[in-house]
Design a binder for this molecule. Structure first.
Ligand code: SF4
Length: 415
């Protein structure tokens, strides 16, 4: 609506991204930059989330991959960051594979989580997932479940159709992915995902299915990053890292945390090993991401590096739309709260309660066995209490209260 002011602000916003040193690094390495970071903080899911450090991490890092495999950079329209990488394998069993990606989550799902220190395997696996329309986190997580279940003698070659499952076997992973995509043999069971596969197998296999509400856990670990434990437990569609992943605590952005949530919450709010104040960080981040996603703004530069936040959206929206009330952060926050609570009411209708906002026992009962976070577990309940209180949801049931529904004009969702 106010074109000149809008373009001036948009130009400034591009400049803020271009000049940010971390954004510049993202432009070179894409999300592969995360492999080294996650290894350093002990949050690189390895062997089906058993541990957070992987001895072969260097072969899954940007430093290793880019000079050997990257043939071009790509960007979405108008992006000044360009995180996408197109890659080509020149030799070895996957020679000739040409594909974009995978991003960090794919490196984790087909690399460290399966004990595979081989980038071409992850690229080939990513290509197969794209071909069949399969999610890389779910596909890799389900194969990791199968391997660990086999390793523990719960399933045998009788169940797998003669396949002996083991960690670090690239050819086997590629074969399994094709079988899942075509629903062939043992792949037909794995195509259901780890939650349903465990349900059908029984025999105690459930403890190796790393999922929340049926969705496989993404490439983070609440034991060494408490806020993501809460995010995984509360996200509407399951163990989702996209709706409220807080990077400010994980990577220690003290100034950003003080500005967003108040210096009085330091140092706890950026301490990845404490539950205190994590609900505040998750709720506020979830609200900001609701507006980010509503505006179709990229994950990067909002979530990481932490450049733009609610104030920036509030500054830009009235210029773009002419609607002045979008220029107030409290109004945007209310829109976001309404979205989160509406999704919750959808889940309430489907029978979801506090009991479903859980994490696999691996995160709450099995201490991190090694690395910087050795000995850590997630204490989920206090964070859930805080989260429900901040959201205006009932602490016992996890259902939005009548007062909250009235405040957000969502009374109609009750019936
Ligand atoms: S995903 Fe985001 S950072 Fe990557 S190219 Fe697209 S707009 Fe740019």
């Amino acid at each position: 609506a106010r074109h000149e002011e809008f373009y001036k602000l948009a130009k400034e916003a591009h400049g803020r991204v271009r000049e940010n040193p971390q954004a510049q690094q993202m432009g070179i390495w894409g999300t592969w930059i995360l492999t080294a970071v996650k290894q350093e903080i002990g949050e690189l899911p390895t062997y089906n989330h058993r541990t957070g450090v992987f001895p072969g991490w260097e072969k899954l890092s940007g430093d290793y991959i880019r000079p050997r495999y990257t043939v071009s950079d790509r960007a979405c329209f108008g992006c000044s960051l360009s995180c996408k990488k197109v890659n080509y394998v020149r030799e070895g069993p996957f020679r000739g594979t040409l594909e974009e990606g995978p991003e960090y989550e794919g490196l984790m799902a087909f690399g460290s989580s399966l004990g595979i220190a081989d980038y071409p395997t992850t690229l080939k696996a990513n290509q197969i997932c794209n071909k069949y329309g399969m999610d890389v986190i779910s596909a890799g997580g389900t194969i990791a479940f199968a391997i660990e279940t086999f390793e523990n003698g719960i399933i045998t070659e009788e169940d797998t159709g003669g396949i002996s499952l083991k960690w670090g076997d690239s050819n086997q992973v590629i074969r399994l992915l094709e079988m899942i995509g075509r629903r062939e043999g043992f792949g037909n069971l794995l195509a259901e995902g780890s939650c349903e596969a465990a349900h059908r197998l029984g025999r105690g296999s459930e403890r190796f299915a790393m999922h929340v509400k049926g969705l496989e856990v993404s490439g983070q670990d609440g034991r060494t990053h408490r806020s993501i434990g809460l995010s995984h437990a509360t996200a509407a569609r399951g163990a989702d890292h996209l709706r409220s992943l807080v990077t400010v605590d994980q990577l220690g952005y003290e100034e950003v945390a003080a500005k967003r949530w108040g210096a009085d919450k330091l140092p706890e709010i950026i301490d990845p090993y404490t539950e205190k104040y994590k609900a505040t960080a998750v709720v506020e981040t979830e609200n900001a991401y609701c507006i980010r996603d509503t505006l179709i703004v990229c994950w990067y530069s909002v979530s990481w590096p932490p450049i733009f936040w609610m104030e920036d959206f509030a500054q830009m929206l009235p210029l773009a739309t002419g609607i002045e009330e979008f220029g107030r952060v409290d109004n945007l926050t209310k829109i976001a709260e309404r979205q989160v609570t509406l999704k919750r009411m959808f889940n309430v209708r489907e029978g979801i309660t506090r009991a479903d906002d859980r994490l696999p026992d691996r995160f709450t009962k099995e201490p991190m066995p090694e690395g910087p976070g050795k000995g850590q577990t997630v204490d989920l309940d206090p964070m859930l209490d805080d989260y429900y209180s901040l959201r205006g949801w009932d602490i016992e049931t996890g259902h939005p209260t009548s007062k909250t529904l009235r405040r957000l004009s969502l009374e109609w969702t009750v019936n």
